[in-house]
Design a binder for this molecule. Structure first.
Ligand SMILES: Nc1ncnc2c1ncn2[C@@H]1O[C@H](COP(=O)(O)OP(=O)(O)OP(=O)(O)O)[C@@H](O)[C@H]1O
Length: 262
């Protein structure tokens, strides 16, 4: 893993139009190839953070740099160009079911095509070759001609990873990528994501509910509560005290499992 800083998030706050502060002064850095899991209770601000990083939500304050480029203040066209290089993996896969697996992966190449070719859906040999390589990377070549709605959930998530890889991403963001999958598939998908991060040197940020999975795979864990980072370090540094605080409910009548275990 090289030490080049790929992502620098500094002093980021996000206040939604209704006045709710979902992120408060969030700062952290990521190096190339690093695999980070973000943990926290529902509503902690995990998805908001990923959406701010990929430019889907404007930040209220602070700075986000991807490979040294400040993205929060870029003109729309340049922001779009950066967003094309950010792979986003969703819980519900977001594939186009009526299209083939190959076509779904090819859609990751759209950012590299001229307007006319993308409108008529013409993919050159080079783009096809790249899409096949990405499918091979996640062991899904044998499904290339299947319709995307005719493959299993685990296979769909692998295709989504291949599509993100076809973007030649500077950064991979995954929002609950394994929440719809059974435990066996979960580990396979997490293994794929981590090996892609390491071998392709793509920093990867994964929101995940399951603490044990996060601890098993992450190089680093970021624990968020009420929009603030409470922990940023190796899985081994997460004490019961910290977990209680990260998962503490604001509702005095509801206690998290970490508060129930003494
Ligand atoms: N568009 C919005 N307008 C107002 N508040 C919002 C909006 N989107 C999210 N929020 C609020 O911001 C907080 C953080 O939401 P976010 O989706 O980032 O949490 P999360 O940690 O990803 O939760 P989950 O694990 O359930 O997905 C929540 O209280 C949510 O209700």
């Amino acid at each position: 893993m090289s030490n080049q800083t790929s992502l620098e998030v500094s002093g980021v706050s996000k206040i939604y139009p209704n006045g709710y502060e979902a992120l408060a002064d969030v700062s952290f850095n990521m190096q190339q190839g690093e695999f980070i899991c973000i943990i926290g209770r529902s509503g902690a601000g995990k998805s908001t953070l990923l959406r701010c990083i990929n430019g889907l939500h404007p930040v209220t304050r602070g700075s986000i740099r991807i490979q040294g480029t400040e993205i929060t203040s870029l003109p729309d066209e340049e922001k779009l160009a950066i967003r094309r290089r950010i792979g986003f993996i969703f819980q519900e896969f977001n594939l186009v079911g009526r299209l083939s697996v190959m076509h779904n992966v090819l859609s990751g190449r759209l950012g590299y095509m001229n307007g006319f070719h993308s409108v008529i859906g013409y993919f050159s040999q080079e783009h096809r070759q790249k899409a096949l390589e990405c499918l091979g990377r996640v062991h899904m070549l044998h499904r290339a001609t299947y319709r995307a709605d005719n493959i299993s959930g685990g296979e769909k998530q692998r295709v989504a990873i291949a599509r993100a890889l076809a973007q030649e991403p500077l950064l991979l963001l995954a929002d609950e990528p394994v929440a719809s999958l059974d435990p066996d598939l979960t580990w396979g998908i997490m293994e794929d994501l981590r090996s892609v991060a390491r071998e392709e040197h793509v920093p990867t940020l994964v929101n995940i509910h399951d603490l044990e999975t996060a601890k098993a795979f992450a190089d680093r864990i970021i624990g968020i509560a009420r929009g603030r980072i409470l922990y940023d370090g190796p899985p081994s540094g997460l004490t019961t005290e910290l977990l209680r605080e990260i998962y503490r409910s604001d509702d005095p009548n509801r206690r998290s499992r970490y508060e129930l275990v003494s």
